[in-house]
Design a protein around this ligand. Structure first.
Ligand code: PLP
Length: 402
């Protein structure tokens, strides 16, 4: 679809609404979900809720055959998704360790929630914190998943490629922690997770940077080989200690390579559903942007420049230009280096600016997936050329989980 057609379609569908507003293109979402399923090669995908942050979207995706369970990002969120009469899922793994005492108390007081929610652990310290909040003898067994570090280490540990998360790196360390968990009352070891961020979350064909792409692909090939051996050995060692229900790995950018690892029983992915700009530069796939937001033109400071209201919807991660939102319709608008994406307004430059009038809108893509949902109460749903309704975001339901 060319720029004018895409822009007219979005403008016409949302003509009765005032920006700022965000739309979710359901056709693009469904196509992205189908592509993730194809790339997963038959392994179930646990949906990474941080990259979605909308219960109706999670429900829609989980209704598909290729998706099962949620990888949540906080324990309070997991309790919300797994609880009540109509849970989003009865299988929610919290992807990161928690130190939320109130939420732990709630979990430990409710056997149904305790059967539905799994906690992430990479050290006995986290088990101690749980025990300090709720005595092991006075609670249902809590489900535990071990987080195995999937980073690539070289030169005796001096080179580290990947994220800084779990200290558990070797199969021996994983087995030792598995024995610790299994030996402590009130816990049941049910899963192992090893997320290879340096493969799943680093673009290996970034637009306009062929040499960087080449270097990243080389690093990723080495990392996949190393991790396949180490993850397999860790799973074997941990399975000697406990009957694992699942071994989770991967993310949007690594589904092909993670599913090829025989030790993995399920994958994780979320970002690919919305397909934000940080996922444009991968060799193996190209998603369809499913979430766009509109900002209104409010003034015209000079020829070739317009100012839109808002705009500072910055993505997390290492600060840099790739974390800024990207104006896409009309094509050819860029931010001004001295101002970037502003707190309450954002100047945009380019030839298209002179064709815009006050009250027109500029359509923008976010750099990351779920964070866009923190700025709006609903995602207006678009099917074909028409708005079909609106999906609440977490924020729209009065929830924010940090
Ligand atoms: C533990 C874990 N698994 C999987 C993912 C992949 O999520 P996404 O597909 O949204 O990139 C992430 C993202 O950071 C993660 O932290």
């Amino acid at each position: 679809m060319d720029d004018d057609t895409a822009r007219s379609r979005l403008d016409a569908a949302t003509a009765d609404l005032d920006p700022p507003l965000a739309v979710l293109d359901l056709d693009a979402l469904d196509a992205n979900a189908a592509d993730l399923e194809r790339r997963a090669g038959g392994r179930p995908i646990r949906v990474a809720s941080k990259s979605v942050r909308s219960r109706p979207v999670l429900r829609r995706v989980l209704a598909r055959p290729g998706f099962a369970g949620v990888l949540a990002y906080t324990l309070p969120e997991a309790l919300w998704l797994a609880g009540g009469d109509d849970p989003v899922s009865t299988d929610v793994v919290v992807g990161y360790p928690t130190a939320d005492r109130t939420a732990l108390r709630t979990l430990a007081a409710d056997p149904e929630l305790a059967a539905r929610v799994t906690l992430m652990v990479d050290s006995p310290e986290q088990l101690d914190l749980v025990d300090a909040v709720t005595a092991p003898g006075a609670r249902p067994e809590l489900r535990i998943c071990l987080d195995l570090d999937a980073s690539l280490r070289a030169a005796g540990g001096r080179v580290h490629v990947g994220v800084r998360r779990s200290p558990v790196h070797t199969p021996e360390q994983a087995a030792a922690l598995a024995r610790t968990v299994s030996g402590r009352p009130g816990f049941r070891l049910v899963g192992l997770m090893a997320y290879e961020a340096q493969v799943a979350g680093v673009q290996n064909s970034p637009p306009g940077r062929p040499l960087r792409g080449l270097a990243v692909r080389g690093m990723q090939a080495v990392s996949v080989r190393e991790l396949t051996g180490r993850r397999g050995a860790a799973v074997t060692a941990v399975r000697e200690v406990a009957d694992l229900e699942f071994v989770n790995g991967g993310g949007t950018g690594s589904l092909e390579t993670t599913t090829a690892d025989a030790s993995v029983t399920e994958l994780a992915a979320g970002s690919g559903l919305y397909s934000p700009t940080l996922f444009d530069g991968y060799r193996a796939f190209r998603g369809s942007p499913a979430v766009l937001f509109a900002l209104p033109v409010t003034r015209r400071p000079a020829p070739g420049t317009v100012t839109v209201a808002g705009g500072g919807w910055i993505a997390s991660g290492p600060a840099g230009a790739d974390r800024l939102p990207t104006p896409v319709h009309p094509a050819g608008l860029t931010m001004v280096g001295t101002e970037g994406a502003g707190e309450v307004q954002t100047p945009l430059r380019g030839a298209a600016a002179d064709r815009l009038r006050v009250g027109d809108r500029v359509w923008v893509r976010h750099a990351k997936a779920g964070e866009v949902a923190e700025h709006v109460a609903v995602l207006h749903t678009l099917a074909g050329d028409r708005l079909t309704g609106a999906f609440d975001t977490y924020r729209g339901e009065g929830r924010s989980f940090g």
